[in-house]
Design a binder for this molecule. Structure first.
Ligand SMILES: *Cc1c(COP(=O)(O)O)cnc(C)c1O
Ligand SMILES: [Zn+2]
Length: 444
């Protein structure tokens, strides 16, 4: 293959390193790494040729090219041999038009990119297929580690455990004890990973796993590792493809460690650089108010994101106080004329419930994005005629406790305005009929 990609310092220090090297920081400045592609080589195919190629493969194949990630393999991890690829046919998720909810928010065109309808139920599959495939190849080439490992708020560990198990690689996950949902906890348990429950928060887990990686004990699977971002950027490519190779006016997404915000930027940037699209969308990064270090920095006009201690939020997957990818997110905001918005617990819960009432079943993180979108629309930053895509990051089926508590009015500090608890009725035709008639007026 004439295409190639390599690690390079995010801040621009000289030096390039192979993707199979276990490297998580720039050897010169200790900063973040990026993956760079040979754009000139990619330009030997025209924009139209790339579009046709991506469309031909999309959700069709041949295996594994039907995957939303590997269908774009030349843009993601060129040079990786077929037999190293560990895929669950991830990506290719639907982009659905949420007309009723859009109208409720005062928008003509609201789309939801359903990244949660993936193998392990979150967008984390997109990055993990790339990372596990590359480490699979590195291990064949002689890399020795005890395990592939991550700190996680739940979804990263679920994805890593599944892909590791598919490849037959040992996996260890570090989770903040009691701070992930039951479904998220049982996913790595079922896949046979070593599940370490630590009495700390995500940031505490991250500090330990980073040290294990620096000491060469484990291979680091957190999004500090830019291989994750290479897979996740295909969401941007899919969105453009699904909109007929155009870009929306806004992309709104919930953010914690801030890797996905940069991934979207990376995808839209590449589309534009290679001539498949004409412009960049604007970016709205949404945070939970109780875990909002980027929002605080952004509204204060600071380019350095000071860590906070993240408080308790229903949006557990973005409960992160010290986001690793903060410099990447700042760049994405700069390049995409971005904004940052934060939502309170009450706003998040009601946004989820209202969206659910229109047939969406939204995870609390997607609800953070929807709540932020509502605030941006009210302030006139997002306008009625704008075409808006909200990135839904996980399946709400992983967050049953949250849904149940909301409808039982059991969430602290939340009024549960749209609670819809079941009605207990005697098993009698006339009682059922009465109840139906009494409630019919309330059903909308
Ligand atoms: C990981 C995750 C996020 C946040 O992504 P970052 O790249 O950490 O900002 C949002 N929502 C869900 C459901 C997640 O699992
Ligand atoms: Zn550097």
């Amino acid at each position: 293959m004439p295409y190639n990609a390599a690690f390079r310092c995010f801040a621009g220090c000289p030096g390039r390193y192979p993707l199979t090297q276990p490297l998580y920081r720039c050897p010169t400045c200790n900063g973040l790494l990026d993956v760079v592609h040979d754009l000139d080589a990619l330009r030997t195919r025209s924009a139209d040729t790339w579009k046709r190629l991506f469309e031909e493969r999309f959700r069709r194949g041949p295996w594994p090219l039907g995957s939303g990630v590997w269908g774009k393999r030349e843009w993601v991890a060129p040079g990786l041999p077929d037999d190293a690829i560990v895929s669950t046919d991830e990506g290719g998720t639907s982009l659905l038009r949420a007309d009723r909810h859009g109208r409720a928010l005062g928008l003509d065109e609201l789309w939801i990119k359903q990244c949660g309808t993936s193998h392990t139920g979150s967008f984390k599959d997109l990055g993990m297929t790339v990372l596990v495939s590359v480490v699979n190849q590195a291990i064949r080439q002689g890399l020795r580690v005890r395990a592939v490992a991550c700190a996680s708020t739940g979804d990263t560990s679920a994805a890593l455990a599944a892909y590791g198990a598919a490849a037959g690689l040992p996996v260890a996950v570090l989770l903040p004890r009691g701070k992930v949902s039951t479904a998220q906890l049982v996913q790595p348990i079922a896949a046979g990973a070593l599940v370490l429950a630590l009495d700390t928060d995500f940031d505490g887990c991250m500090t330990i796993v980073q040290r294990l990686a620096e000491d060469g004990v484990v291979y680091l699977a957190n999004s500090m590792n830019p291989l994750r971002i290479e897979g996740q950027k295909t969401v941007a490519i899919e969105i453009a493809q699904q909109l007929g190779w155009s870009v929306p006016d806004w992309v709104v997404l919930p953010s914690g460690n801030l890797g996905n915000a940069y991934a979207l930027y990376a995808g839209f940037r590449m589309l534009k650089d290679l001539g498949l699209t004409a412009r960049m969308p604007r970016l709205a990064v949404a945070q939970a108010e109780r875990a909002d270090p980027l929002y605080r920095a952004w509204t204060a006009g600071q380019r350095d994101v000071a860590p906070v201690v993240a408080g308790e939020t229903v949006a557990t997957a973005i409960r992160i106080g010290n986001p690793v990818s903060a410099p990447r997110a700042i760049k994405a905001l700069d390049e995409m004329d971005g904004v940052v918005e934060a939502a309170t617990e009450a706003e998040i819960c009601d946004a989820a419930a209202r969206a659910d009432r229109t047939g969406l079943y939204t995870c609390p993180h997607t609800a953070v994005a929807l709540a932020a979108l509502e605030k941006l629309e009210r302030r006139g930053i997002v306008r009625r005629g704008d075409r808006v895509v909200v990135v839904s990051t996980a399946s709400a089926l992983k967050f049953t406790e949250f849904k149940v508590k909301y409808h039982e009015r059991a969430l602290p500090d939340v009024e549960s305005t749209w609670a819809n608890p079941p009605v207990h009725v005697a098993p009698d035709y006339h009682r059922v009929l009465d109840t139906l008639e009494r409630h019919a007026a309330a059903m909308t």
